[in-house]
Design a protein around this ligand. Structure first.
Ligand code: HEC
Ligand code: HEC
Ligand code: HEC
Ligand code: HEC
Length: 437
């Protein structure tokens, strides 16, 4: 038997397995304000559902995937507003996507949870967000190359390049991080992570104050020139090696390593039966627009090259001869009422009574949701029913070799019923408001 290397993917698997499968009692403080108890419990629940897949069930983070957020040094520096904005606006270009689907109350509950973990002392370091340091970006540039780029990337791209540090040159971070927040991070470091203190004689590099101001000026410059660099980067064909890195950072938390999916969480997207019928444009559209009402967030922030690379990785092992022509213009009309009965009989046990899917704790995806039905043509659904998805609970249902020996008429009836469902179901709207917006 050969041992598999213990790599980052295993860590993700373990952390997601912990967060999803193990209903661990939450790590809440006993000293916390009783009045906050329901909010605290709610925050813990939301953290496990929405955050633990990447940040780990203990919030310790995974180097190269997501930073530690139940971290004493981070929480000492980060204001509630900083955390609030990070969650609501996200960090474009990284897996930390904006979460407009979480209400202000939800986000505040998560912050309460983060602030009340027993292992953390209550002391906060005063960060003066009004301070603006005056530094010289030209002096900062060589310092950045020497001390920071090995972990954070030459332009502060961070995880994007498969590196251990976060995207400190990206606008999403720089817009909410004040000069003093960055200064204090360099002074403190982040206990338990590769981020060491750099300032002063006890720091890693004995940097002086002015040197840190210069570094900050250079980081601000990186943020301001980010768009320009992106626009000027030519888009080429996908590279599957780069795609694997982007996949592991952005997609594996849900679709799992090697894209094999997890029943009840996310479909298998490196599955040959899926790749045979999904065109590159279908995949591109799914990434760009997401599937409203599901865990599949829209990622318009991913650069076109990154998307090409991910698609190349997904298709790396597929045989071109297996690709099936799906006609997106073909329409199948059937009897919606008969289709409803057949759906209830053959599909609802996995996809939910109204095709709500995972959101209703079902093993299959939300095929009754408008967001899926907008992306999927009739022929795409028909071909799925015909072929099934080998290796997943989704079997072939059509014809003599299918699970239920359904006819083409049955398929048309079911598809017509699904189209009706798509018109009724709507993604939940976020109506919350907050002080920080
Ligand atoms: C799909 C993975 C993923 C999920 C899910 C996720 N995050 Fe993140 N998070 C990240 C990444 C990646 C970063 C760092 C981005 C960067 O490079 O700046 C991050 C950064 C953060 C930061 C900033 C930390 C710092 O050091 O500045 C906070 C706070 C945060 N996330 C909170 C949350 C919360 C709360 C949730 C749940 C609502 C959540 N995240 C869900 C991936 C994720
Ligand atoms: C040995 C690798 C390494 C080096 C070198 C390094 N960092 Fe970091 N840095 C990290 C990691 C890892 C994190 C995220 C820590 C966590 O998990 O919370 C981080 C976090 C940060 C953050 C906080 C980002 C946020 O999202 O809140 C800042 C700011 C930062 N680093 C700046 C710098 C600067 C400036 C330098 C150069 C002087 C530098 N780092 C050098 C690894 C490194
Ligand atoms: C937070 C979890 C999560 C992350 C992260 C995520 N997805 Fe998804 N993805 C889902 C879910 C859930 C669905 C199924 C949605 C539904 O019910 O229709 C899905 C569906 C898809 C589909 C359609 C599959 C099908 O069978 O039609 C594709 C393609 C896809 N995701 C690609 C990606 C890519 C590429 C990434 C990374 C850039 C990614 N996803 C990141 C949760 C996620
Ligand atoms: C035993 C459980 C089960 C049953 C019964 C079932 N499905 Fe599925 N179905 C799944 C799972 C699980 C997936 C996701 C497969 C994967 O991981 O890629 C899926 C995927 C699909 C997809 C692709 C969704 C996408 O995002 O691309 C369609 C369409 C679909 N099923 C339609 C149906 C219809 C119609 C029926 C009834 C005739 C049905 N299924 C019955 C479990 C089931």
């Amino acid at each position: 038997m050969t041992m598999r290397p213990f790599n980052i993917l295993n860590l993700i698997l373990i952390s997601s397995a912990f967060s999803l499968l193990e209903a661990k009692s939450s790590n809440l403080g006993t000293s916390s304000d009783k009045a906050h108890a329901p909010q605290l419990a709610q925050g813990g629940r939301l953290f496990k559902i929405h955050c633990a897949t990447c940040h780990g069930s203990e919030g310790k983070g995974v180097v190269g995937i997501a930073p530690s957020i139940l971290n004493k040094d981070f929480l000492a520096l980060a204001s509630d507003e900083f955390i609030y904005k990070t969650i609501s606006k996200g960090r474009p270009g990284t897996a930390m996507v904006a979460r407009p689907d979480l209400s202000a109350d939800d986000i505040e509950a998560i912050i309460t949870y983060l602030r009340n973990s027993t292992s953390l002392p209550p002391d906060r370091i005063r960060v003066d967000n009004t301070l603006v340091f005056s530094g010289d970006k030209e002096n900062g540039k060589p310092l950045f190359s020497k001390f920071c780029s090995a972990c954070h990337g030459p332009h502060g791209e961070g995880y994007m390049l498969g590196l251990p540090g976060t995207g400190i040159g990206l606008p999403g971070f720089l817009e909410i991080a004040s000069d003093d927040y960055i200064f204090q991070t360099l002074k403190q470091g982040r206990l338990g992570t590769p981020m060491q203190p750099f300032l002063g004689s006890t720091g890693l590099a004995n940097l002086g104050k002015q040197e840190v101001y210069d570094l900050i000026a250079y980081m601000r410059h990186l943020g301001e020139t980010y768009e320009e660099r992106m626009v000027n980067t030519p888009v080429g064909p996908g590279n599957s090696k780069a795609g694997e890195i982007h996949y592991n950072i952005n997609c594996a938390a849900c679709h799992q390593s090697s894209g094999r999916g997890l029943v009840g969480l996310a479909p298998a997207i490196r599955n040959p039966d899926f790749l045979a019928i999904a065109s590159d444009d279908f995949i591109r559209q799914t990434i760009d627009q997401g599937r409203a009402g599901t865990g599949m967030m829209a990622r318009p922030d991913l650069a076109p090259q990154v998307v090409n690379d991910i698609i190349a990785y997904l298709r790396k092992d597929t045989d071109k001869n297996q690709i099936v022509h799906v006609d997106p213009t073909k329409q199948l009309f059937g009897d919606a009422i008969a289709g409803g009965d057949k759906f209830t009989r053959y599909c609802a046990s996995c996809h939910g009574a109204k095709g709500e899917g995972y959101s209703a704790n079902m093993p299959g995806p939300g095929i009754g949701l408008a967001s899926f039905l907008d992306a999927a043509s009739d022929d795409y659904i028909y071909q799925t029913l015909k072929r099934g998805r080998n290796g997943t609970p989704m079997r072939s249902f059509l014809g003599a070799s299918g699970l239920a020996n359904l006819s083409d008429t049955d398929a048309a009836d079911i598809i017509t019923h699904l189209r009706e469902l798509g018109e009724i179901t709507e993604a939940p709207a976020n109506t919350g408001a907050s002080d920080f917006e």
